[in-house]
Structure formats: structure tokens, C-alpha cells
Ligand binder design. Structure first.
Ligand SMILES: [Zn+2]
Length: 439
């Protein structure tokens, strides 16, 4: 094969002087030719091995005998280019099922993409749109996988990951637990296709919805400190789990909500309950504290400071107009009161606006209800991270950057597959899934 390669390069180059050479064109042409040669060699080697003919009969999955019915060819796209693979084919007359035992061994059952190309397709599908993913595969790997195929493959992988995640809750690793673990929850809307929205209630004037709410759980540690001694999220400590699913269980239901169960699985994988100190962070949403009260009774509950301040900015704008300098000034003073523990002054200032603003009334209620969760001075003294948007950033990283891009409209199952794929990649869990899948 080595001499074949040299031969190919000679043919491509001809008698051209190096100075006249188009190196880029040469690189690409050589890659294509070398891969083709290698592909042909692999094809030959695999097809020469007919040990997958295990006699004239095997046992079908229905329990009845399946008859050997010759060798069949299947074209598989691979990182070496297309491969034509011949495999022994068995057919069961009882149930009508036909199959090639070798496909399972090679990992090409129910797919026309090879394992390495499947993994690459999952990588691009998790990061960019299916169209962009297809273009990246062509440009970077020199393989042709159209957008539809990227979509199907990435979704199938994501679906597999989502199923795998439900049953694999064993702790991730044996590294020692940090002193404090943080668990954050948040919700974020993603655009859904019109047919998926029927019957969903939302924020549109007529009560209908344009988006579905993805709920996200993220766990991290923050043992590191910046120059001012403020806790900083530890590099590589963050994991995510998310889905478009409900966080509220019916009162009559014996089981907790699908999202509450997801949170529990993630906490189990991270050994959250075994950490010496446990903190649950969220915005003010009631479902978050319900899950925390239910599952992590002795964890410290903290309203993410980023969210609390967001409420004050919004109220400033509602009171004085979105661009008025006074709106920002008013909010700044309130944020300072919040940071310095002057909670009474903060409540008084908001209460003063209640008679003229419905927003202020809601805001007052929010700060009153969550008061215990906003003892920032105290939390600080304990060296706890009160967050400056770690959870919010998690939502953006895990969901927003991939699922909220212009022009995207998701089906629920499509979105959940890509969310599962993304969370698994971002949490460093993809490899584990992949090894289980091919084991
Ligand atoms: Zn059968």
C-alpha cells in the first residue's frame, strides 16, 4: 500500500516544479486518494473473512431457526469513504425477520454510518445546526453526510443517551468529594413547532405558548478563590442534565415529577447528598424550592444573586421607563442594599411603590418569600458561592447556544435528544455512554 501511495502522489504531481505547486489542492487530493486506497484495503480484508456464516441455520430472536440466505452487500459511509461490506444474511420464515450477525459486531446495525463517522456526526450535531454540521464534516473530514442524515444520526445518539442516563446513576468517579457541592436549577424557553404547542399554556396574550420550557439541573463545586477570596467555580467540575419535561407532579401522583426524578439521578451520580455541605441555587421559582424541600431537606437554599438583581433592574425599568437614568439609579441603590444585608431598607423602598405599580407588588412578594434565601452576607461569611449567574450561564451553554438559534423550531423528541447529547458531551460523560453502547 505504501508504494501505491507514492505512485498516486507521483501521478498527481507529474513533473511540476515545487514552486508551481498548489499545496492546498495537493493536500486534499492526496487525502482523498490515500483514504480511498485504505478503504479498499479494509473492504477487501473484511469481505475475505466469511466466518460469519455459522452453518445453514442460526436461532432467530423469536426463538425459531433462521436460514442462511447468501451474502448481502451493504454500503456504509465511513471516515475512509464509502465501504461496500458483504455479510452473511439469515432469514427467519416464521417471523419474517432477516438479519446479518456481523452488523452487530461492527456496530452498523440500523445505520449506514460507520462507528467513527457516527461519533463525528454526534460531535457536530451537538454543537451546530444539522446543515452546518454536514458542511463541517465535508470540509474537515472529507466525508459526505447530508443534513438530514446528521439530524437522524445525532437524534438517534441523543435518544440512546437519554435512555442510558435513566438507568446509569452510579457515581461518576472515585475522586474525593469537595467540601461543598452546589446544585442549580433553572428553566429556559426554546421555540417549538406549531403542532407541538397545541394545548400548551404560555405567556402569549391569548394564553397560548410559543415556546416549551427546558428545565436544567447543574452541579458544580467552587473550592477555588479569586484575588478577593470570592468562591469561583472549579474548572471541569460542572455537569448538566436537562429536558423539556414537567417539574410538577400531580397531587394524586405517587411518583415525583419527571424533572424531580432527573434531579435525583444527577445528584446520585455526583454524590451530592454525601458532600459535607450542600447548596441548592435557583431563581425564585416555586418548583425549584419544592424539589429542594422534597429531596434535599438539609441543603442551604440560596436565590442566585444574579436573578435577584435582575428582578430589581426590571422593577426599576417598570417604574421609571426602560431607558430612564433614574431606573438604573433606583435599581443600583436596591442592589447595594441587597449586597450589604440592608434587607429592611430594601423591602421599605419596594413597598413604597406598591400603590402605584402592580410590578412592585409582585416584586415585594418575591423578596419577602425568598428573604431567608438571600442572606448574602451570612452566606459569604460561610464561604459559600451565591452565584453571579453560574446557573444562568449553564442554561446558555447547555441549551441556548444550540437550541435557541434564529429560525429553529423543535419537536419535543428532537429537542430532548439533542439536549441529552449536549449535556452528555459537556459533562464529560459521552465516552462512558459510547463504551457501554458498543460493549
Ligand atoms: Zn424469527
Amino acid at each position: 500500500m505504501a508504494s501505491d501511495v507514492v505512485q498516486e502522489i507521483e501521478t498527481l504531481l507529474g513533473r511540476q516544479a515545487v514552486e508551481e505547486l498548489d499545496l492546498e489542492a495537493l493536500e486534499l487530493a492526496v487525502r482523498q486518494h490515500v483514504l480511498q486506497l485504505a478503504g479498499a484495503a479494509v473492504e477487501q480484508r473484511l469481505n475475505a473473512d466469511t466466518s460469519d456464516e455459522r452453518g445453514s441455520r442460526t436461532c432467530c430472536r423469536c426463538g425459531q431457526p433462521a436460514r442462511f440466505a447468501g451474502r448481502r452487500t451493504k454500503q456504509v459511509e465511513s471516515v475512509l469513504g464509502p465501504l461496500r461490506l458483504e455479510r452473511a444474511y439469515y432469514h427467519c420464515a416464521t417471523c419474517g425477520h432477516g438479519y446479518c450477525p456481523r452488523d452487530q459486531h461492527l456496530g452498523i446495525e440500523n445505520t449506514s454510518l460507520s462507528p467513527a463517522l457516527t461519533r463525528m456526526t454526534g460531535t457536530v450535531g451537538a454543537l451546530v445546526s444539522f446543515q452546518e454540521g454536514s458542511e463541517l464534516l465535508t470540509e474537515l473530514a472529507g466525508v459526505a453526510v447530508d443534513a438530514k442524515q446528521v439530524e437522524r444520526t445525532a437524534e438517534a445518539l441523543g435518544k440512546g443517551i437519554a435512555e442510558d442516563e435513566r438507568v446509569h446513576t452510579e457515581p461518576l468517579d472515585s475522586i474525593s468529594l469537595p467540601q461543598t457541592l452546589y446544585l442549580g436549577m433553572d428553566g429556559t424557553g426554546i421555540p417549538l413547532r406549531a403542532e407541538e404547542l397545541l394545548g400548551r399554556t404560555g405567556k402569549q396574550p391569548d394564553g397560548s405558548a410559543k415556546t416549551g420550557e427546558v428545565k436544567l439541573c447543574t452541579i458544580w463545586s467552587a473550592e477555588s478563590r479569586d484575588e478577593e477570596g470570592i468562591p469561583v467555580r472549579d474548572e471541569g467540575s460542572v455537569t448538566y442534565s436537562a429536558a423539556l419535561e414537567s417539574a410538577s407532579a400531580l397531587d394524586t401522583a405517587a411518583e415525583s415529577s419527571p424533572f424531580a426524578q432527573r434531579v435525583w439521578r444527577e445528584a446520585t451520580r455526583r454524590r451530592f447528598c454525601q458532600a459535607p455541605r450542600r447548596v441548592v441555587l435557583g431563581d425564585g421559582a416555586v418548583w425549584i424550592w419544592n424539589i429542594a424541600d422534597d429531596q434535599f431537606q438539609d441543603a442551604t437554599q440560596i436565590v442566585d444573586r444574579f436573578h435577584a438583581k435582575q428582578h430589581l433592574s426590571d422593577l426599576g425599568k417598570a417604574l421609571y421607563g426602560p431607558t430612564a437614568p433614574r431606573a438604573a439609579q433606583w435599581a443600583e441603590r436596591r442592589k447595594e442594599e441587597l449586597d450589604t444585608g440592608k434587607f429592611r431598607a430594601l423591602l421599605t423602598a419596594i413597598r413604597r411603590q406598591v400603590s402605584r405599580s402592580e410590578e412592585a407588588r409582585r416584586c415585594l412578594h418575591y423578596f419577602q418569600t425568598n428573604r431567608e434565601r438571600m442572606r448574602y452576607l451570612e452566606f459569604h461569611a460561610q464561604g459559600l458561592c451565591t452565584s453571579t449567574g453560574v446557573v444562568e450561564a449553564g442554561c446558555k451553554v447547555a441549551i441556548g447556544t444550540r437550541l435557541k438559534r434564529a429560525g429553529m423550531h423543535w419537536t419535543v423528541h428532537g429537542a430532548n435528544a439533542i439536549i441529552a447529547l449536549r449535556c452528555s458531551k459537556l459533562s464529560g460523560r459521552f465516552q462512558d455512554f459510547w463504551e457501554r453502547r458498543t460493549a
